[in-house]
Design a binder for this molecule. Sequence first.
Ligand code: SF4
Length: 516
Amino acid sequence: MGFALRIKTKKVLLIHPPVVRPCEPPPGIARLSGALKRHGVEYEIIDANLEGLLFLSQRPLEARDTWTRRAVARAARNLEVLMQPVAYRNLDRYKQAIFELNRVLSRQDRSGNIEVSLANYRDRNLSPVKSGDLIRAFESPEKNPFFPYFEKRLHEAMENDRPRLAGFSLNFLSQALCTFAMIGALRRLDPTVSIILGGGLITSWMRRPGWRNPFEGIIDGLVAGEGEAALLSILDKDYAAGSDISDFNRFLPLSYLSPGFILPYSASSGCYWRRCAFCPERAEANPYRPISSPRVVLQVKSLIRSLKPVLVHFTDNAVSPALLKALVREPCGVPWYGFVRITRHLADPDFCNALKRSGCVMLQIGLESGSQKVLDGFCKGIDLKIAHKVLESLNHAGIAAYVYLLFGTPWETEPDAEKTLEFTVRNSDAITFLNLAIFNLPAFGPQTDGLDTMPLDTGDMFLYRRFEHPAGWHRQHIRRFLENKFRRHPAIAPIIRNDPPVFTSNHAPFFAPSLL
Ligand code: SF4
């Protein structure tokens, strides 16, 4: 690993910045923690996302309207509600708690320029895809609504633990401005501490063609891809790959907004399929690196023994058929869910029954379209006849299906979208949850060549572009189709209403039949 930075330190601080859904520990930091532990490096973690959101949602607030006053008064109770199984038996009570908490969070910035929610962070004046704006967030951390929380928390961490290296894990755009604000606050507290930045968003940025680091002088090192080897190389340790197990112990006492501890576990990085057009896994040429299925089973069982989770979340892009079979042979004893591809063995009712017995409560399925032409254009490798059988078999087995649909791909026309509507209606009895999205064109990759594209954003760190749809099937038409026709269809509307707001698939397993 050719990382130039070298730091002799006994203590590392790992930070998960706001804002992402605060329902489970960040798996990337847990993996780094496991690697540091195995190599004898002391470390501390701060889940600034969870702590920051808990802080903001309970901070005294001068409310101008009755609705906000009531939401403020009930914030502590609403947080408790989301941690109790009983709330997940009453979707209306659950929704009320979420909406009221979001109300409180959205009123925290008095200027009205920044909107915080349980899943997002938006600043009208600063864009997370402009390096100049990220640097401005770094220079003025006090303007960030989380500042009173993270300034005190970072001060305590620096006083108590005296780390010489701090690593921030930046995975989503919703974390970017807060990450740079936290780095700004940390630099003020201790200008000599070394700061490195890694995670999924950093990886995507660094793999853009012609990437140049605009953060020199602010960040000491940027890490693309899995961070274990880079982090240990910075610490001057020889990294022995292969036998790490994530360490969640420091996350265990934290109060995540879920009815018990959710164990996120990644059995692979990359994707075993890696053929779908426009997929970042393909565009970024991320290698597929699975952990062997027997080892996954051993590790998950060992984590379950020590952490006693209520749910295991396989965070893989697609859980491999080999792992599904291993979980059938050796159930881990706790309900679990994750993404799968539509494959023939899931069309087998006996296999689905066995999956159910293994603890599978929900499978997430990237179906994308009900038009075979679109699926073939996309290289999804999905046969709609098999998809129908898979949904039927899962339904009979009692496994919830969380189906993802994508509208507006370059191959789709309005008649194709109608076919998706027909397929969804025909299978509506077997679809438990639905996610509808409009296609965003990744800015880089060979598939953009034949399209007429234009900037989506004026930022220098953008990852998506606008494009002229070859069939004129534009976003405004798609939005109208989804709002006026798709969502309102009597077979589909109840499925859409069933989706837990904000936390969506993260909490959906708790609303799946028979989990709680
Ligand atoms: S299955 Fe998902 S992760 Fe894998 S290539 Fe297709 S879109 Fe990408």
